[in-house]
Design a protein around this ligand. Structure first.
Ligand code: TYM
Length: 336
């Protein structure tokens, strides 16, 4: 059986970017394929401690898992939920893969360059982060890894490391699909990158300080609507989808398409040429605030007990799969 796998760090409450770029696509794919594929959803808590944690990590982990259920994830016997640090094989395979990854390819990782830029010192975890992520994927032979556009480079790295390992030590790993194939599987034409509302050149990020820049999943719906109404657009005076030249307005069109589950082409057709940006903003604000109100109401119905029960079954399953693959890897490199 093929495997779809994804993870979201639990550093804070998530943003609308996490929701539209990764959480919602994963829930839709899981509900579509979980009769015929394994669906692995995990919290990379070891990745979380690389950076600052806003709030209590345990609370954040629990809440992040609840988000999937609130977003409509239907759980059956093929859907597995677990925490990375509860499966020690993740840390161990990371070391082995460190001995296959090269300094050159790791130094080219955009996220590492952005996070370390201008800093006099940065922890080794920030640098090694993508190798731990490669292990997350390869331990479970995951072919499909639904993530936002900012993580595509890391999935490609996992594929490259797996290919090199197989070449050197024999066919041990299943390669995750190429970016093009991942995007096609997710049912879109390109990856999703939700932009910062005040500075749409940048992606919407948990770590941005300015509150108006990002919509958090626990924002009051009316507050989220206000942020959309104040989003930076442009002075062209006519709606056009052009992410390079008109990132602000294009971001709003993209958000509208994802929240309403309509193809981007249909949304563009409806709004192209429109001169009243306020009208578009109003429609996006209503769609987002409605979505948040529904989501937050559902979140209150998901209990801690439900999540802990899923974790207990999911972690037993994950440990079994991961340990089996780790042993194969250890044998291939001569450790066993
Ligand atoms: P993380 O926790 O930074 O982000 C979680 C997911 O949210 C997506 N995302 C966005 N998508 C669209 N627009 C945005 N503005 C936006 N911001 C975040 C990310 O692309 C991601 O899919 N390294 C990963 C976590 C991870 C992982 C894995 C994922 C660890 N191991 C194995 C998949 C498979 C990360 O830091 O994501």
């Amino acid at each position: 059986m093929k495997t779809i796998l994804t993870g979201i760090r639990a550093n804070s409450v998530l943003t609308l970017g996490n929701y539209l770029g990764a959480l919602l696509p994963m829930v839709r794919l899981a509900n579509k394929y979980s009769e015929e594929m394994n669906v692995n959803i995990f919290v990379p808590d070891l990745h979380s401690i690389v950076g600052e944690i806003d709030g209590d990590l345990q609370d954040n982990i629990l809440r992040t898992l609840k988000y999937y259920l609130a977003a409509g994830l239907q759980v059956n016997k093929n859907v597995h939920i677990y925490r990375q640090s509860f499966i020690p094989a993740h840390s161990e395979i990371c070391w082995i893969l460190n001995c296959v990854a090269t300094m050159g390819e790791m130094s080219r990782m955009t996220q590492y360059k952005e996070k370390s830029e201008g800093k006099s010192s940065c922890n080794v975890g920030i640098f090694d982060y993508p190798v731990l992520m490669a292990g997350d994927i390869l331990l479970y032979s995951a072919e499909y890894v639904p993530v936002g556009e900012d993580q595509f480079q890391h999935v490609e790295l996992a594929r490259n490391i797996a290919e090199r390992f197989n070449h050197r030590f024999g066919e041990v790993f299943v390669l995750p699909k190429t970016t093009d194939e991942q995007v096609k599987f997710m049912g879109s034409e390109s990856g999703v990158r939700i932009r910062d509302l005040s500075n749409p050149e940048k992606k919407m990020s948990k770590s941005t300080v300015a509150a108006g820049s990002k919509i958090m999943l626990d924002d009051e719906p009316a507050r989220a609507a206000k942020k959309i109404m104040s989003a930076t657009t442009d002075s062209f005076g006519e709606v056009q989808y052009d992410i390079q030249e008109r990132p602000g307005i294009s971001n709003l069109l993209r958000i509208l398409s994802l929240v309403t589950d309509k193809p981007i082409e249909a949304v563009i057709d409806r709004w192209a040429g429109e001169t009243r940006y306020g009208e578009l903003k109003k429609e996006v604000a209503e769609a987002v605030s409605g979505m948040l109100a529904d989501f937050q109401a559902k979140l209150t119905t998901v209990s801690d007990t439900e999540v802990f029960e899923l974790l207990s079954v999911g972690e037993e399953y994950a440990r079994g799969v991961a340990e089996k693959k780790l042993l194969e890897v250890q044998k291939a490199v001569g450790l066993r």
